[in-house]
Write a protein that binds this ligand. Structure first.
Ligand code: IPD
Ligand code: CA
Ligand code: CA
Ligand code: CA
Length: 268
């Protein structure tokens, strides 16, 4: 992507993300009209919808030839990665938003012909912005994040993952994952995939595993993690397809093969 074009999109995207954050903070104490989607714990609120609509309206006005993939369905029905595509999760961590009023993020990735060019993850309540442009480093607010450490092993790693790995699941024998949890130094569950990517980029987690994520959960995070030398794939090590839901491993590259081998041993 041409640098001047990318800088313009990036400046605009950051501005909209910060504006969206202000809307959320201003409106979050008004009635949220909480509804459920695929199951009783899959929540959506008026603000998830309003924020996605805010992005879609602004993007369509300013960049009429761009496409949008958004969780709440205000975007386009995208079937090809050709062109410029905004991949948006208006609130990542809706359960945290509803129950905890913190630890949720706005996640915006911009891809050009399938390549991640811009990643923005905004921790709305902490007012912390993680952001990256491909090839230009990743930042936490104004501070550039260092490359991931080469001094990490699985036995002293902190890995983000949730309890579903330890329950019977369709992907992997739960005993294998119980052994995995015993092997690593510690696990964390933050309840926002986007923030887990940001923390992996920051190096405060050494990786994050998820059974099933959608493009909007990972699009921005992949760009940010790439910029500090991190790697992202599905749990079998295959490249992530930005048009499909998939399992996810993002981590320090030193850990990738060992985690994938561990998982392969218990893979169904
Ligand atoms: C969810 C969060 C959560 C992850 C789920 C996602 P949402 O996104 O990222 O941490 O475990 O798989 O669906 O629905 O709150 O945007
Ligand atoms: Ca959701
Ligand atoms: Ca999400
Ligand atoms: Ca969401």
């Amino acid at each position: 992507m041409d640098k001047a074009i990318r800088n313009d999109i990036y400046d605009q995207a950051v501005k909209w993300v910060l504006e969206a954050g202000t809307i959320i903070r201003d409106e979050m104490n008004a009635p949220l009209n909480i509804e459920t989607k695929s199951n009783p714990n899959d929540l959506v609120t008026v603000l998830d919808k309003r924020i996605e609509a805010f992005f879609v309206q602004n993007i369509k006005e300013k960049y009429s030839n761009h496409f949008i993939i958004g969780e709440e369905g205000y975007g386009d029905s995208v079937t090809s990665l050709d062109g410029t595509i905004w991949i948006i999760d208006p609130i990542d961590g809706t359960m945290n938003f509803v129950h905890q009023r913190r630890n949720f993020a706005i996640s915006v990735g911009v891809y050009q012909d399938g390549i991640g060019e811009i990643g923005i993850i905004y921790d709305v309540m902490s007012d912390v912005l993680y952001h990256a442009k491909k090839g230009e480093g990743a930042y936490k607010n104004n501070q550039q994040l260092p490359q991931l450490t080469s001094d990490v092993k699985l036995t002293n790693a902190i890995i983000g993952m949730n309890h579903f790995w330890l329950c019977e699941n369709r992907l992997i024998d739960e005993k294998t994952m119980q052994n995995f949890v015993k092997k690593v130094r510690g696990t964390r569950t933050y309840g926002s995939a986007a923030l887990e990517f940001a923390y992996t980029a920051e190096g405060i987690e050494n990786g994050y595993l998820s059974i099933g994520l959608a493009p909007w959960d990972v699009a921005a995070g992949i760009v940010i993690v790439n910029e500090v030398g991190g790697v992202t794939s599905d749990i079998d090590g295959n490249e992530v397809n930005m048009l499909e839901k998939t399992s996810i491993l993002t981590c320090n590259p030193i850990l990738k093969d060992e985690i994938i081998t561990f998982i392969r041993n218990g893979r169904k």
